[in-house]
Design a protein around this ligand. Structure first.
Ligand code: ADP
Ligand code: MG
Ligand code: MG
Length: 199
C-alpha cells in the first residue's frame, strides 16, 4: 500500500529531477517554445516541496491536491494549470484514504490525465505531455518501471510529430524534429514514482 509519505517522496523526487534537468527542459523549449519550461517547473516544484513540508498533509489525496494547487498558483504558462490539474484531479480521485493501492493510484492517475486532456484539448499524437502520460498510465498496471519506460518512450516518440496544441503548434511543420519539453518533464514525473517506491 502507498501512504502519504510515498506521495511526498514522489513530489520530492520530481522536484529533484526537475532541478537536475531544468537546463535541458528549457533547451527543449527553445526551438519550439519560449525557453521557459525548465524554470517554470523548477519554480513550481520548489514551491510544492516547501508547502508540503510546512502543511504536512496526512493523506495521499491531500498531498497531491495541495501540490496541484501550488503548481497552479506558482507556474505561469500552459504547464502550470495542466500539471496542477493532473495532480489535483488525481488527488481528488484518491479521496481521503490514509493508504491506497497501486491499482487505485493507476485509476486515479487515469482520471487526472483525462482531466488534462479535457482542459487542454490535446489527444495522443498532438506532441504534448499527453504523449508521455497516456502510455504511462496504461503501463502502470504492470509496474512503476514499466510506466517509466513507457513515458520515456512516449516522450522520445514526440520528436517526429507536428505539434497541434500549445505554443509549439504556432510553428506548424517547423515543430517537427524536436522533442516536446512537456512530454519530457512528464517522463521525469513518472520516473519519480519508481524512485519514491525505492525500486
Ligand atoms: P508555455 O508554453 O506557456 O511557455 P511551458 O513551456 O511551461 O508553457 O510548457 C510547455 C509544454 O506544455 C509543452 O511542451 C506541452 O507538452 C504542454 N502543453 C502545452 N499546451 C498543452 C495542451 N493544450 N495540452 C497538453 N499539454 C500542453
Ligand atoms: Mg514555454
Ligand atoms: Mg511561457
Amino acid at each position: 500500500m502507498l501512504d502519504a509519505d510515498f506521495f511526498r517522496r514522489w513530489m520530492t523526487a520530481t522536484a529533484a529531477s526537475v532541478d537536475r534537468e531544468a537546463a535541458r527542459l528549457t533547451a527543449l523549449d527553445s526551438p519550439i517554445g519560449d525557453a521557459d519550461h525548465g524554470s517554470n517547473l523548477q519554480r513550481g516544484f520548489t514551491a510544492v516541496t516547501a508547502t508540503l513540508e510546512k502543511e504536512e498533509p496526512q493523506a495521499p489525496g491531500a498531498v497531491l491536491m495541495l501540490a496541484g494547487r501550488q503548481l497552479i498558483s506558482t507556474v505561469g504558462g500552459a504547464s502550470g494549470p495542466l500539471y496542477g490539474t493532473l495532480l489535483r484531479r488525481t488527488g481528488k480521485a484518491l479521496g481521503d484514504a490514509a493508504e491506497v493501492s497501486e491499482e487505485q493510484l493507476t485509476d486515479a492517475l487515469r482520471t487526472g490525465v483525462d482531466a488534462v486532456m479535457q482542459l487542454g484539448g490535446a489527444a495522443p499524437g498532438d506532441k504534448t505531455m499527453i504523449d508521455a502520460l497516456v502510455p504511462a498510465v496504461e503501463a502502470l498496471g504492470e509496474s512503476f518501471a514499466a510506466a517509466r519506460a513507457a513515458a520515456e518512450e512516449g516522450a522520445l516518440a514526440t520528436t517526429p510529430l507536428q505539434a497541434r496544441k500549445g505554443r509549439a503548434s504556432y510553428l506548424g511543420e517547423r515543430s517537427i524534429g524536436h522533442q516536446d519539453p512537456g512530454a519530457t518533464s512528464s517522463a521525469l514525473l513518472i520516473a519519480a514514482l519508481e524512485e519514491a517506491a525505492g525500486e
